[in-house]
Design a protein around this ligand. Structure first.
Ligand code: SAH
Ligand code: SF4
Ligand code: F3S
Length: 456
């Protein structure tokens, strides 16, 4: 054991989506404020937080195997504090204590900002469960962000949809939008710290503002995502704005126009479609048809012809016929996505579709998932070919861990790009890169010109 420091050490492992990653960064900030220091190895940590995901069964099983190991360790090292946070914690609540009695704290995602208070209760000798629904307080601490170049900013928490397969509304609660002023203030702080790219986050980010008061004279909500983009786009020092994830139901032409008009908003749209079949979409309670989805993509391509477009798809939803599945393949073939996240349907506790008696077999699930994934990589490679010999703007984020003589970053279209360069010189710089190689999931190029970005 290291005796040169008396500081307590903490470790966080994050499972799941960007929302969880952003929550982990806030929790890390709180823990460091309390005087802890980071330990890369959980086995050397005095405090471990597992920030969990329950979107699919596989995500859940992974958490239990990590947790089991540390629960055992706690028998040898009783001072170890074990925290389970995030979506699985919210879903299981007290039941987790019965399953893993070594746990000190079970806390849902709505309580991330209250971590200090909850840990105090633990250090006072209590075993704590914090899963009641709560109003999410404005961030009080500075997050410990993983990157010094790109940052996530939550704009709306929760989800008001009820897709029949999905646990998110159960575990993340109802929509809570932050005010435009609070969001802008956070982005201004980030700009002053040197951040160059901001990704606005929400489960259905285009539903932003529905819960805030105020309507325009024409009767629409005063605070929409479109209004928010206009409100924040001129923060000096910020070079790029992104937002995710968009729901097809709320994606408006006005929003697309704003993206085309505002130079900092990157030409990348992530809009999950889930299925290309109207019957399945209805059973999923998605609230749109494949025709509506296609119209959105057509409109995007009209205003922003070079936009990259990505989506999410689920294979083998209960009762999905071969023909219905083929409609998903057809939608993808017609649109040609830059990227698609895919998953086989996984029945989740507390969701309607999990109770239906027309579940498909594991064979059908894995066969359809494979078909989807095959198409995804063909399309990604095809779409990436259009960048060959073109000059793309890359925001340098890091060294390429596999080839240290290279740096890596993303194009405005969110394509991962590698090129030769020195990270000490280029981190956080916008570089014009001529693309020399295009693969399905990344690009390689050569630096043509480094743009000097003025500090604010
Ligand atoms: N709010 C976003 C998606 C959030 S969940 C939207 O509505 O589009 C992220 C992705 O996980 C979903 O897009 C879906 O493709 C996948 N997913 C959610 N529940 C799932 C389940 N039960 N089985 C398989 N995939 C699921
Ligand atoms: Fe889940 Fe649907 Fe909400 Fe997305 S919109 S988080 S899929 S319930
Ligand atoms: Fe998982 Fe929760 Fe995100 S269930 S996908 S971590 S919202």
């Amino acid at each position: 054991m290291d005796t040169t420091t008396t500081k307590q050490r903490y470790h966080i492992t994050t499972f799941g989506c960007q929302m969880n990653k952003a929550d982990s960064e806030r929790m890390a900030g709180i823990i460091e404020n309390m005087g802890f220091e980071w330990s890369e190895d959980p086995n050397n940590a005095d405090l471990i937080v597992y920030n969990t995901c329950t979107i699919r069964d596989s995500a859940e099983q992974k958490v239990y195997s990590y947790l089991g190991k540390q629960a055992k360790r706690k028998h040898r090292e009783p001072h170890l504090t074990l925290v389970i946070a995030g979506c699985l914690a919210q879903q299981e609540g007290e039941a987790l204590l019965r399953r893993v009695p070594e746990l000190d704290l079970v806390m849902g995602p709505q309580h991330a900002n209250r971590l200090e208070d909850l840990l105090q209760q633990v250090y006072n000798g209590n075993q704590v469960v914090a899963t009641e629904s709560a109003h999410i307080a404005e961030d009080i601490t500075t997050p410990r962000r993983d990157s010094t170049v790109t940052a996530w900013v939550n704009v709306i928490y929760g989800c008001n949809e009820r897709c029949t397969y999905c646990v998110v509304p159960n575990v993340r609660g109802i929509e809570q939008s932050r005010t435009p002023e609070a969001i802008r203030a956070e982005i201004e702080r980030l700009a002053k710290m040197g951040y160059k790219e901001i990704t606005l986050l929400g489960q259905n980010i285009d539903a932003y503002g529905r819960d805030l008061p105020g309507t325009t004279p024409e009767g629409r909500h005063q605070h929409t995502l479109t209004d928010l983009l206009y409100f924040i786009h001129d923060v000096p020092g910020i070079e790029r704005l992104r937002f995710a994830t968009s729901h097809p139901r709320y994606f408006t032409e006005r929003l697309i126009k704003a993206c085309a008009e505002l130079p900092k908003v990157c030409e990348h749209f992530h809009i999950p479609f889930q299925s290309g079949d109207n019957e399945i979409l209805k059973l999923m309670s998605r609230g749109y048809t494949h025709q509506k989805y296609r119209r959105i993509i057509d409109t995007i391509r009209r205003y922003v012809p070079d936009a990259t477009i990505s989506g999410d798809a689920i294979a083998a939803f209960p009762g999905e016929t071969e023909e219905q599945f083929n409609n998903t393949l057809k939608l993808m073939t017609d649109i040609v996505f830059d990227h698609t996240n895919t998953a086989a349907y996984s029945p989740r506790p507390g969701t309607p579709a999990a109770l239906w008696d027309n579940q498909l077999s594991e064979e059908v699930k894995s066969d359809r998932l494979q078909q989807l994934n095959h198409l995804v990589s063909i399309q990604a490679e095809m779409r990436n070919q259009r960048y060959l010999h073109r000059v793309e703007e890359v925001l340098v984020e890091d060294q390429n861990p596999k080839t240290p003589t290279q740096v890596m970053g993303r194009t405005r279209g969110n394509r991962l790009t590698f090129f030769r360069g020195d990270i000490n010189e280029l981190k956080g710089k916008l570089v014009q890169v001529k693309i020399t190689e295009a693969r399905a999931f990344s690009l390689t190029g050569e630096s043509v010109e480094v743009r000097q970005v003025l500090a604010v």
